[in-house]
Design a protein around this ligand. Structure first.
Ligand SMILES: Nc1ncnc2c1ncn2[C@@H]1O[C@H](COP(=O)(O)OP(=O)(O)OP(=O)(O)O)[C@@H](O)[C@H]1O
Length: 670
């Protein structure tokens, strides 16, 4: 059946026009992406029906009953929600593992009251297999093992902003992407309006890049906040806190407003050989009329200029009102002393496009009647002298010059992007691209200004926002979801929580418990679903030997992916291990800062100099992020004594470390 669809698509590609080609090309891409594990489940219902669940729906020609039910369809829901206590008519749930088109494993669960199991996890064996598999540096979908608390969020039809708060590894990213796939399935209009996924870095977006195609969804735009404002090189670093505050919007608006300058006194405007007067009040009225339009600065500028030009033109015409011309263009009345138009008058008329044709014999005419007002206005607008006055009054602006006026000189930083975007919206540079639904990942890092930028792109305010307030590392980031969202959506937002940590084993969460408790007394960390059987360890070394120790441990690493997470020593370690910058997160060993590691996960993690990480602003959150990236093992190397929050982690000796390797380190306890 898939082959038949593929053939039809290939045929469509050959025969169709450009539009058809794009349509069939997308279909081919979708079929290729869902091929792996196309059918992954079967529900045997108590009423005898058998439902096959897969990555997309398949129907036999002319038949209503689906051969394969799309995982997002209502009929597939019990696959995720049925439990022993609430079986939803399901007798048996079967998980099917395939390689290519060959079934390699089946895992059956009988949802019979007699079959005893007190697990709250759905499909525990398959889930555990997924959680303990080696990481590849790319995130995979979790469509075969989605858990009930996650499924409830995925299928939540809430139309406003749904915030998913959850600790590390609770599946926030996975859930957000699955919800997007679900919404694309249930709300057809989203396909035409477009959907956007915002992530903290390009590395992160590459990491999650496979998930939606694997769910049959290709047409999704992914971007960082900076990526939404192309054309700016972000090279600088610097404090983001002040730049992220919402009152920056008022400051930018004030700068833009301040560039409109009504003169205190009347102005002399040189047009051709004439000097026209422009009163201060006239300027004020022109500015007020332009402001009343509510248009962005650069568009309102044209309105203002047109008003002024109208006044100038009127002034010119008034001056000519009493001038009556003979058929040869001589002034009969009110002209120069000798009854002729002055040379300057004639030049002004010529500049305005008035042709005085001496051959025309239609008697005396009023000069004012001879003038084409549109041409006169155009001539005034094109005149450099007039343009100078107009630009002094209401200049054209660029976002860059507005923001640069507010900041000390230097390179653009990431925190400047929302400011540039704000300015561009105020002056009319924003291209107006919007989306029907926006997913925001690591949303705790977004500043108030970044939220304004996003809201501008989502007029319907339909969003899935996922994050963890205990992982905020940006001082301009969120302390409370309500504070960030209410200014934009009032009460049209809702909070959902995820409480189970699927990534980080119990041993590592226990090791992070002191750190968490010391800085988040009012919160609870998520509960791990599994133990890895490996104790995290820490190793003290002399500062001078830090690099050697880290290089030695990295060299001993043989299996799975190892992430070395460091702040101050990040560059030296990257150089010492001859690794590329930016890091290749699919490589066996990768060196990252805590910020870069956010949202990612690895089989093993080695944290270098935790005190250095803690020392940064919100450093405790950065260290918590670093500690919770590992799916199997965690090691910590600290030059000098450990930070108090890590003191209870088992310490290993240097002699032992020389024989130890990540991710198979087994500490000897002290
Ligand atoms: N139901 C599930 N079945 C299989 N794997 C799961 C499930 N839920 C989560 N995972 C896995 O747990 C890991 C963590 O998920 P994810 O990255 O979405 O968590 P997160 O809440 O976004 O974490 P963080 O806040 O640390 O970025 C991923 O490898 C994901 O595939």
């Amino acid at each position: 059946m898939v082959d038949a669809r593929r053939e039809r698509a290939a045929h469509g590609m050959k025969a169709g026009d450009e539009e058809a080609k794009a349509f069939w090309g997308e279909e081919l891409g979708r079929l290729a992406a869902v091929e792996d594990g196309l059918c992954f489940g079967r529900l045997d219902m108590r009423d005898g029906r058998r439902i096959y669940v897969g990555r997309l729906g398949l129907f036999r020609d002319g038949q209503d009953e689906p051969l394969l039910v799309d995982w997002r369809a209502a009929a597939a829901r019990p696959f995720y929600t049925a439990t022993m206590a609430k079986a939803d008519g399901v007798r048996r749930r079967r998980r099917i593992t395939t390689r290519g088109r060959t079934v390699t494993a089946v895992d059956d669960e009988l949802l019979d009251r007699d079959a005893a199991s007190d697990s709250e996890l759905v499909g525990e064996a398959a889930l555990m297999a997924a959680l303990t598999a080696d990481r590849t540096g790319r995130m995979h979908d979790i469509v075969t093992t989605l858990q009930a608390e996650q499924d409830a969020i995925v299928r939540d039809d809430y139309a406003g902003v749904l915030v998913v708060q959850g600790g590390p590894g609770t599946g926030k990213t996975a859930v957000a992407l699955h919800r997007l796939a679900y919404l694309l399935y249930t709300r057809a209009h989203l396909r035409t309006r477009g959907v956007l996924v915002i992530g903290p870095s390009r590395v992160f977006l590459d990491y999650i890049g496979q998930v939606l195609p694997g769910l049959g969804e290709q047409a999704v735009v992914t971007a960082t906040i900076a990526g939404l404002y192309p054309g700016v090189q972000v090279n600088g670093t610097g404090p983001a806190e002040d730049k992220g505050r919402a009152d920056m919007a008022d400051k930018i608006a004030a700068v833009v407003r301040s560039r409109v300058r009504v003169p205190e006194e009347s102005l002399k405007v040189h047009f051709e050989q004439q000097v026209l007067r422009l009163e201060s009040d006239d300027c004020r009225r022109a500015v007020a009329a332009a402001r009343r339009t509510g248009l962005p600065h650069n568009q309102a500028r044209l309105v203002c200029h047109q008003h002024v030009v109208e006044l100038l033109a009127q002034g010119l015409v008034n001056g000519m009102e009493n001038v009556v011309l003979t058929e040869t263009g001589e002034s009969l009345d009110g002209g120069s002393a000798d009854g002729r138009l002055s040379a300057a008058d004639l030049r002004a008329l010529a500049a305005a496009g008035v042709v005085l044709d001496p051959d025309q014999d239609d008697g005396p005419r009023r000069l004012a009647d001879e003038i084409d007002p549109a041409q006169l206005r155009a001539a005034l607008l094109a005149d450099p002298g007039v343009a100078e006055v107009l630009d002094d009054l209401w200049p054209a602006l660029t976002a860059a010059e507005v923001v640069a006026e507010m900041l000390p000189a230097g390179e653009w930083t990431a925190a400047d992007i929302p400011l540039l975007d704000e300015a561009s919206a105020l002056i009319g540079e924003f291209d107006g691209t919007t989306y029907g639904h926006v997913v925001v990942d690591e949303a705790q890092e977004l500043s108030a200004m970044a939220w304004r930028m996003l809201m501008r792109r989502c007029p319907t305010k339909s969003m899935t926002v996922v994050g963890d307030l205990a992982q905020t590392s940006d001082l301009a980031g969120a302390v409370s979801w309500g504070d960030m969202l209410r200014p934009h959506v009032s009460d049209r937002w809702r909070l959902a929580e995820l409480t189970v940590n699927y990534r980080t084993p119990t041993e590592i969460m226990d090791a992070a418990a002191d750190l968490f408790a010391a800085h988040h007394a009012d919160r609870r960390p998520p509960r791990s679903v599994r133990s890895a059987g490996e104790e995290p360890w820490r190793l003290e070394c002399r500062p001078a030997e830090l690099l050697d120790v880290v290089a030695g441990l990295a060299a001993q690493h043989t299996r799975g992916q190892l992430a070395i997470i460091a702040k101050a020593h990040h560059r030296e370690i990257t150089a010492a291990l001859s690794l590329p910058t930016p890091a290749d997160v699919t490589a066996p060993v990768v060196v990252l800062t805590p910020g870069e590691a956010k949202g990612l996960e690895f089989d093993a993690v080695l944290i270098v100099d935790p005190a250095g990480i803690l020392a940064g602003p919100l450093g405790h959150n950065d260290l918590y992020v670093a500690m919770t990236r590992a799916t199997q093992q965690l090691g910590i190397v600290h030059p000098g004594p450990p930070p108090a929050e890590l003191a209870r982690i088992h310490q290993i000796r240097m002699s032992h470390a020389r024989h130890t390797c990540l991710p198979a380190a087994r500490p000897d306890r002290m």
